[in-house]
Each structure stands twice: as C-alpha cells, then as structure tokens.
Design a protein around this ligand. Structure first.
Ligand code: APR
Length: 173
C-alpha cells in the first residue's frame, strides 16, 4: 500500500483511540504539562509519571516509549517538539519528532500509531506549516518501512483537521 494510503485523519481526543501507540507532545522533562500532555497523563494514570521519572528527560526532536497504563493504547511514545521560532531549524526538529517516533514504533513492531499536532499548541507552531512537515516526514518514513502499517493524525480542532486534510491532499495529488 502506498504511504499516503496508510495515513488517516481523526478529529477528537487522542486518548480515546484504540491504537497500539499514541504519541505525546511532551517537554524535555517528560514530567507532564498542559495540553495533550496533561490529557494523556490524566487518562493514563499516575503510573505513567512514575515511569517517566525514570527516563531522565528527552531532548527536542527525540522520542522515548512507555507503557500506556489505563489508556486503550498499549504504548505511549513521548516526543519533544520545538518551540516555534520561524527559523529553518524548527522544521528539521519537528520532522525529527515524527521520524524518531515512527522509528520506535517500527522497532517495537507496533501496527498502528496516532500523532497529535506536535508543537501546534503551547509551542505555537503554525498549523499549516506543521501539517506539511508532519505528512511529508511520515510519508518518507513509511516509504521505507512496512511498520507501522497505519498512522492516524488525531486533530483536536476543526481548523487543525482542515490543515491536515489539505496537506494530505497535496502529497496524494
Ligand atoms: N487530543 C488531541 N490533540 C490535543 C488534545 C487531545 N486530548 N489536547 C490538545 N490537543 C492539541 C492542541 O490543540 C494542539 O493542536 O494538541 C496540539 C499540541 O498542543 P500542546 O498540547 O500545547 O503541545 P505543544 O504545542 O507541543 O506544546 C508542548 O505543552 O503541555 C505542554 O508539557 C507540554 O511543555 C509542553 C508543551
């Protein structure tokens, strides 16, 4: 199946998804925060924070995996997006978040993974720009890896959903 056919969109709360792994847009401490990070920690329960404490943090652009605890998802992949600055470096770091998360999913043989719009909330990355980085980095990874078989972009707002729809349509055309 072509890489673009393995990507899907979902509008709503990523913590509700029954996929093998959901991705958390964390910060370098990995000790929780607001936004999707807060929602994931609340839904997974306090055991998640205990496991995160043992990881010793994570640099921007990198990723770490934990169990999913009370989530339907068996695993959580925590990645740290860049704070938006407008410099070309942020696009590279954001693409690294997608690549390194997908690499962990491939190494774990995870069949399905769901991403939020990393960096598009508190870290202020413009949705349109971020959606292109996300779908292109994912397409390039899937082109050389059969796993994960399915990637879902979980978008919280209708505006985010529309931005991703356009970005996906562009790589499909
Ligand atoms: N499901 C899916 N998407 C969500 C959810 C949810 N439950 N909650 C929020 N979002 C969306 C936001 O609307 C935004 O589009 O996730 C996207 C990312 O926003 P943030 O969670 O603010 O993440 P980010 O911009 O990467 O900032 C990371 O925020 O919570 C802290 O600890 C985190 O310091 C770090 C920073």
């Amino acid at each position: 199946m072509k890489p673009a056919a393995r990507m899907e969109l979902f509008q709503g709360d990523i913590t509700s998804l029954a996929v093998e792994a959901i991705v958390n847009a964390a910060n370098e401490s990995l000790l929780g925060g607001g936004g999707v990070d807060g929602a994931i920690h609340r839904a997974a329960g306090p055991e998640l924070l205990a496991e995160c404490r043992g990881l010793g943090g994570c640099q921007t652009g990198e990723a770490r995996v934990t169990a999913g605890y009370r989530l339907s998802a068996a695993h959580i992949i925590h990645t740290v997006g860049p704070v938006y600055s407008g410099s070309p470096r942020v696009a590279e770091l954001l693409a690294s978040c997608y690549r390194n998360s997908l690499l962990l999913a491939a190494e774990g043989d995870f069949d399905s993974i769901a991403f939020p719009a990393i960096s598009c909330g508190i870290y202020a990355y413009p949705l349109r720009e971020a959606s292109h980085v996300a779908v292109r980095a994912t397409r390039d990874f899937l082109a050389q890896s059969p796993t994960p078989r399915k990637v879902i972009f979980a978008l919280f707002s209708p505006a985010a959903f529309r931005a991703y729809e356009e970005a996906l349509a562009q790589i499909r055309s």
